[in-house]
Design a protein around this ligand. Structure first.
Ligand code: BGC
Length: 761
């Protein structure tokens, strides 16, 4: 075994039950009674599983993690946890038990079948007890353990959980339990190449509860269905309190929206059955919450009960335990709801890895989505450790060639090694952003070699004459400007893939230069700077005209050229920005950009003197816009601008999530420009803070706050006819600069403390 966390005594164990690529098996229970002859001085438990585990010692659950041990590429690395369990043990008879689930390891994964990594859950644990007399007792998983199955008849993350309360095992993890009918476990060999390491990043926990807002009845010919509206789309599950006779089968189905007739709309879940079943034991009120599954939903349909039966439904919100850090509010309530939706998109998708969506048969760590959203995410919550873990996953996934796939953890979902422009570039963009937001130099140092190999791979295998995704060397070219409504009618938009590729290649080179500089690798920095200049020149030659037009003429093409500094001179910049602003106006200030262009659009408009245009886009309420879903009752960010329209209803059921965070990337602009809370790349992690409110549109006041490592940073501004009142908080040990909007005076240096300033127009 490749781990210093366990002694050689510990072996992987499993039950003898093996499902098939399509069918699951009941969840195995494993147990081991043991005796301690002395009072306990201390006790430490180290535990992991391939699949999920929940450990019980003497009838008490250990820890509060959900879906442990989390998701990594199990063919390379699995994470373990150590718990202090001193208080759970005593002299005399003790019992060590666990329940195992399929999880990412052997359950259904995305649109594939089951058993992607292995055929059944496996468990590895070791308990080291120090007794009062100083001697130690070690209890490890081995051939002496016993196993059986119980009430969890089936449990899968995509399909749901089936629980038959009539099959409950009683006090199975306590002393005195009769386990004579239990069978010996199977001892499993373990691939020595798999590293067992301490858990990285925050675990998934139950973060909150939601009470149903309303319930409607649907009457069928045979049975009533109750449809609960939780009032919020989220990732998690429900806890039910049900009173019904023994044998009553309760079916729970989950959906994000309703059909026009009030039924749950489940077509967009694709292959995810997202259905839980509970069989009552009939002993008064029964309380149940599934263990090893979660769903992405707002509505819960309960089937199987009649009028005399009772049920209460409580939503249980699950996500990686990233602490909230940021708040944003302003005078436009629709934008406040947008901010709410962005935060809930983040909650729903920061679950072990940054996923695209929590509901359909996908839920993958799409690199592109993570890359566009990371900056916004770092405002709303502390995501430093979450990304440290995921960046480690990127290294596990990287190919020997240096290629980085489109989803992390990788499992050959796309058949391509390379994830393509704006997707696999996450390998450089995400660590850099975490460095900026938290001053975390270590993430750059840890990942530097990997970033270099990735960058070299692009030059070597993906470029011809510095044009990345040149059709002669790259037939596929990536996902393009995914889901752009730019008039091309194509799911990957109308911006040429080699243009996107080359722009991101230049951007990567620029970031590599900065990263090398931060790490003190001067020669590398010079090399990357030169490469960036060469790519920019090639870009200009191939895609830009001297008069400031850009190939394809799409907004995203212009946005990338401007944002990545690929224009030749100030004149070309001015003309191209003018073209971009004109195109936005031509579309009546409606969005036409996809995943790639949208995140930078408002920033580019602002930087080039079109703040008004940026605000018109941000505050636009009609389709397509950020506020169109808000106006139509959205509680999270939709995957597509046209996810639902009054004319057409729901978009293509094959790809239409109502809980994707990517377009929520606009949140960063709301913090940075609307409220004006910005970092200084030269002193990252808010060591030096920049306050730069940029009032505009209908907004009369805005405020943002951020809990940083130095303390709380905040800004609030309010506009009157003749002045701008600004109040800021600068934490001890930092400094700040206030950059007033144009016409409100000059920059001011601020010391730690609270400042209230009136800036005259
Ligand atoms: C996912 C996206 C992802 C994309 C790749 C989709 O199925 O949901 O968010 O980035 O594929 O283009």
């Amino acid at each position: 075994m490749n781990s210093s966390l366990f002694s050689p005594l510990a072996s992987w164990i499993s039950s003898h039950l093996v499902g098939s690529p399509r069918t699951g098996t009941p969840a195995p229970y494993v147990r081991k009674p043991f005796r301690l002859d002395q009072p306990v001085k201390s006790a430490r438990l180290t535990v992991t599983a391939l699949g999920f585990y929940e450990v019980e010692l003497n009838g008490q659950r250990v820890g509060d993690e959900i879906l442990a041990p989390g998701w990594t590429d199990y063919s390379k690395r699995v994470m373990a946890r150590t718990h202090d369990v001193t208080s759970l043990l005593h002299a005399g008879e003790n019992v060590f038990g666990a329940i195992l689930g399929d999880g990412w390891y052997c359950g259904f994964l995305a649109w594939r079948n089951r058993q992607v990594y292995g055929d059944r859950p496996k468990f590895l644990a070791e308990l080291v007890v120090t007794l009062a007399n100083g001697s130690t007792v070690t209890v490890s998983t081995d051939a002496s353990w016993k196993t059986t199955t119980g009430p969890i008849c089936e449990s899968d993350m995509l399909m749901g959980e089936t629980y038959d309360a009539r099959l409950e095992l009683g006090a199975w993890s306590q002393a005195g339990y009769d386990d004579r009918s239990w069978l010996p476990v199977v001892v499993e060999a373990m691939d020595p190449a798999v590293e067992i390491a301490e858990r990285l990043g925050p675990p998934v926990r139950r973060i909150g509860e939601i009470t149903a807002k309303s319930m409607s009845l649907r009457l069928d010919w045979n049975q009533a269905r109750r449809i609960f509206d939780m009032g919020q789309n989220f990732a998690g599950r429900v806890r039910i309190a049900v009173t019904a006779p023994r044998g009553t089968l309760v079916r729970l189905r989950f959906s994000e929206i309703l059909e026009p007739n009030g039924d749950p709309y489940i077509e967009n879940l694709r292959g995810a059955r997202a259905t839980d079943y509970y069989v009552c034991k009939g002993e008064g009120q029964e309380i149940w919450e599934p263990r090893f599954t979660f769903h992405g939903f707002r509505y819960v349909e309960v089937h199987g009960l009649n009028d005399s039966h009772k049920i209460e439904v409580t939503g249980v919100v699950l996500h990686s335990d990233t602490k909230p850090t940021g708040t944003f509010r302003c005078s436009n309530d629709l934008l406040n709801q947008l901010q709410h939706n962005i935060v809930w998109g983040q909650k729903s998708n920061f679950l072990e890895v940054p996923t695209d969506c929590p509901q359909r048969d996908e839920r993958l760590g799409w690199t592109g989505d993570a890359q566009v959203f990371v900056r916004t995410a770092a405002f709303n919550m502390n995501v430093q450790e979450f990304f440290r873990k995921w960046v480690r996953d990127i290294r596990d996934a990287q190919y020997a060639s240096g290629a980085v796939p489109s989803v992390i953890p990788e499992n050959k979902f796309t058949g391509e090694d390379d994830g393509g422009p704006a997707w696999s570039d996450a390998t450089i963009i995400c660590p850099w952003t975490i460095y900026l937001c938290y001053g975390d130099k270590q993430i750059l140092a840890d990942h530097y070699e990997s970033m270099q190999r990735y960058f070299d791979f692009l030059g070597r295998e993906k470029c011809k004459g510095l044009i990345r995704c040149h059709h002669e060397v790259d037939k596929w070219g990536g996902y393009g400007d995914w889901l752009a409504l730019d008039g091309s009618g194509k799911v990957d938009g109308g911006t040429p893939k080699d243009l996107i590729g080359t722009a991101f290649y230049a951007y990567d080179a620029g970031l590599m230069e900065k990263i090398a500089t931060v790490l003190g690798h001067k020669a590398d920095a010079a090399k990357y700077a030169q490469r960036r200049a060469e790519i920019a020149e090639v870009f200009q030659r191939r895609y830009l005209t001297p008069d400031g037009l850009i190939a394809s003429g799409t907004q995203t093409a212009a946005v990338l050229a401007l944002h990545f500094g690929l224009v030749a001179n100030a004149e070309q910049r001015k003309l191209l920005a003018q073209e971009l602003a004109r195109d936005v106006e031509k579309r009546g200030f409606h969005l036409a950009t996809g995943f790639v262009g949208t995140p930078y659009l408002l920033e580019v408009l602002e930087e080039n003197g079109y703040l008004d245009t940026a605000y018109k886009l941000l505050e636009q309420e009609t389709f397509p816009s950020w506020l169109f879903p808000v106006k139509n009752g959205a509680t999270t960010i939709w995957e597509r601008w046209d996810g639902w329209t009054p004319e057409k209803g729901p978009q293509d059921k094959g790809m239409n999530s109502y809980n994707h965070y990517a377009y929520g990337a606009v949140g960063a602009w709301m913090y940075r420009s609307v409220a004006g809370l910005e970092l200084d790349p030269a002193q990252p992690g808010y060591q030096h803070i920049i306050f730069r409110p940029r009032p505009g549109g209908t907004i009369t006041w805005a405020e943002a706050s951020l809990e940083t490592a130095h303390g709380l940073v905040s800004i609030r501004w309010e506009k009157s006819e003749s002045a701008l009142k600004v109040a800021v908080t600068v934490p001890a040990g930092t400094s700040a600069t206030l950059l007033p909007p144009a016409g409100y005076g000059s920059a001011q240096e601020l010391k730690p403390g609270r400042h209230e300033l009136t800036l005259k127009a």
